[in-house]
Design a protein around this ligand. Structure first.
Ligand SMILES: *Cc1c(COP(=O)(O)O)cnc(C)c1O
Length: 451
């Protein structure tokens, strides 16, 4: 436990307490008692910063009762597969401080539509988001899954077939399920790579079996299991040939690597804010073309039978508004950095490959993901290396987590020494080298051969 990290949190919290005074005092200024509290709080902040500087004092442990501080991004290297791309930028953390209150972006909502709010510039952000993924129109949504759902709910009727891959994320399945659709899985084959050909074959199968074409194709640019990069452009081409709408699932891609929906030939591009865009959960983006926007972003037509009230201005698939506070503002605040970082995707892939090359020097280690790596999420097989140690170690598979933790590395699936995943996204070269050396050192400590 790093005392300075704890002190840093304590100082931040003390400043929040100071801020709280303003939220209760009269807007005309503090009274005498409030001035005294203000002075006390300042003194407290000063005392904490002194301790922070000196690295002394008692470490705090809690944010609030029963709620522990979360310090893993400060104290450790976190290789958790799902958390890397959603780590907040400092801009997003600051935005969260300022816009954490409930409906905070609604101060100047003039038309009752989130995507039309000008201050803060949520409207401009929507336009930029669409451009960012190479599409015409975009909406922010509470997670990629809600993007899938908006599309299935608009396009899929009871009994309609939707093609996904055998690597599809469970949320794609559920989005089809709530719409009453039927799943047909296209095979990724022995290489775990989805191709246009596999999709074409699956479409033909569906046609032969049901006499109808599938209603929708949903394929991931990068799958969650192997972190493999799939031939979505090939899928887009096939989808066009058959005139079947194609949703490209960019949960592990949008905000991390360059994604252009039009170049892919996608009708919909979905991204995850908390998976790939350095944003607060739940957040994400659903983008589409001019052709499909009127379908998925259609206006409400319902009316009350007694009051006659109607809501033409609202979009039913969005249930009106989606992200009205810290979530959307965190996306917006991170966006400049996100746009910049996708330009350096090659460097992220280089780091991923550097790590994997070193990791594979340990005798018995295997990459289950395609290798060389094209992404930073990787699945590794250590059944012939670390798992052999786990078999006789009194801590079983936890020996590896213990050793990693000692080296201040967390995020691998605790206790797992068989097949597991890690993500090097966003780690500096220094950290990637440290991480690689840590695994080699653990291997050597337990007598595994390193070549
Ligand atoms: C994480 C993930 C999702 C779900 O994303 P949310 O934004 O959490 O809804 C969907 N598909 C894939 C491939 C994912 O990796």
């Amino acid at each position: 436990m790093d005392l300075r990290v704890r002190k840093l949190y304590e100082a931040l919290f003390a400043l929040e307490d100071l801020r709280e005074l303003y939220r209760h005092a009269l807007p005309t200024g503090f009274n005498e008692q409030e001035e005294a509290e203000f002075a006390d709080n300042i003194a407290r902040v000063e005392a904490i910063t002194k301790e922070l500087k000196a690295g002394k004092g008692n470490p705090i442990k809690l944010v609030a009762a029963e709620l522990e501080l979360r310090t893993r991004e400060e104290e450790f290297i976190n290789i958790n597969p799902i958390q890397a791309g959603g780590r907040l930028t400092p801009e997003a953390r600051k935005a969260l401080i300022a816009y954490g209150d409930g409906y905070s972006v609604c101060d100047q909502c003039l038309t009752g539509r989130l995507d039309k709010i000008r201050k803060p510039p949520v409207d401009a952000f929507h336009a930029e988001l669409a451009e960012f993924v190479g599409m015409d129109e975009a909406r922010v949504v509470p997670g990629a899954r809600r993007g899938f759902q908006a599309v299935t709910s608009s396009l899929v009727e009871k009994g309609d077939v939707v093609i996904v891959s055998d690597l599809a994320h469970y949320t794609e399945f559920l989005a089809v399920e709530v719409a009453g659709g039927v799943i047909k899985e296209a095979p990724s084959g022995p290489n775990y790579i989805i191709t246009g050909d596999a999709i074409a074959e699956t479409i033909e199968q569906v046609k032969a079996e049901t006499g109808k074409l599938p209603k929708l194709i949903m394929i991931e640019l990068v799958d969650y299991s192997y972190g493999n990069v799939h031939d979505v452009a090939g899928v887009g081409k096939v989808a066009k040939e058959y005139h079947i709408p194609f949703l490209c699932n960019g949960a592990y891609a949008v905000g991390m690597m360059p994604v252009n929906g039009k170049e892919i030939g996608a009708d919909f591009v979905v991204g995850s804010g908390h998976k790939g865009m350095a944003a607060v959960a739940p957040s994400g983006v659903l983008a589409t073309t001019e052709e499909w926007a009127p379908t998925v972003f259609r206006s409400s037509h319902i009316a009350g039978d007694v009051t006659g009230r109607s809501f033409e201005n609202k979009e039913p698939e969005m249930l009106g508004c989606t992200l009205m506070g810290g979530t959307v503002v965190s996306m917006m605040a991170s966006f400049p950095a996100v746009k910049e970082r996708v330009q350096h995707w090659d460097d992220e892939v280089d780091k991923s490959n550097y790590f994997m090359r070193e990791f594979l020097r340990i005798d018995g280690n295997k990459s289950v993901s395609e290798y060389p790596r094209k992404h930073t999420l990787s699945k590794v097989d250590t059944r012939e290396s670390f798992d052999l140690i786990a078999k006789t170690h009194k801590r079983k598979g936890y020996f590896l987590s213990d050793e990693l933790k000692k080296k201040k590395i967390v995020g691998e699936f605790a206790g797992s020494t068989r097949v597991w995943k890690l993500n090097t996204y966003g780690l500096s070269w220094e950290r990637v080298k440290y991480l690689s050396e840590a695994f080699l050192a653990i291997a050597e400590k337990y007598g595994l051969a390193v070549t």
